[in-house]
Design a protein. Sequence first.
Length: 249
Amino acid sequence: STARKFIVGGNWKCNGSIAQTKELVGILNASSLASDTEVVISPPSLYLQSVASSIRPDVAVSSQDCWTGNGAHTGETSADMLKDMGVQWTIVGHSERRQKGETDELCAKKAAYAISKGLKVMACIGETREEREAGKTMEVVVRQMAAYKKHLDSSKAFDAFVVAYEPVWAIGTGLVATPEEAQQVHKGLRDWVANNISSDVAAKLRIMYGGSVTAASAPSLASQPDIDGFLVGGASLKPEFVSIVNAQG
Ligand code: PEP
C-alpha cells in the first residue's frame, strides 16, 4: 500500500564467503535502487561487520537471528552486541530456526528484547504444508502473531516491528504462493491486528511476503494491497535481487 513504505529484505542464510560477500555488496552499490523502497540485507553474522562497513548507506544490515542478552549462552549473538556493532535490524522466528526447536514464545521474547535494545525486527510467521492442507493457516499465523503481541508491551514497540509472512511450503521450494493466496493471509493478519491490537497499528504495520520470490513473481505479488514488501532468500544471492527491490511499479 502507498501509506506503508515498501520493504525488501535479503536473507543470505548460511551462504557466502569473503569473495561472494564483496561481489554482492559491489552489485548493490553499483545498482539503481528505488528510493521509495527500504532495503535490508541479512548476511551471516560473521560477515555483518564487513558488509555494514562497505554497503551503501541507504541499505541497512540485519542479523538473521539474535539472543536475548549477554551471558552463559555459548555460540549465540545477543541483541546487545548487534546494537553495539551498529547493526540496525534482526530477523527472528525464521522457519529454519523454528524447525530446530524455537517456540512461538522464544521467537516473541527475542523480538521484544531486540526492540527494547533499539533494533528493528523482521518477525517471521507461516504455516507448514500439512497445516495449510488441514485448513489451519490462519489459526497457525494468528497463534504466532499472538505470541509477538503478548511480548511487545506497547503500541510504540510495533514501530520497530515488521511481519514476514513466509509459508513454510514456499521457502526454498520454488513454490511461490499466488498473489491471491498471499493477499488473503496478509489481509487476515491485518484484520486480526486491527481487532486485537489497534486499527492504528494495523494501518501502519508492514507485512512482507517470503517464499521463493523471484524477479518474475515479485511484481504481481507487490501489487496486492496488503503485501508491503518481500523477504527474499535464494534470489537475494543473485543480481536478480535488484529487480525484486525495484518490483513495486
Ligand atoms: C527465506 O529464507 O526467508 C526465504 C523466503 O527463502 P526463499 O526466497 O529462498 O524461499
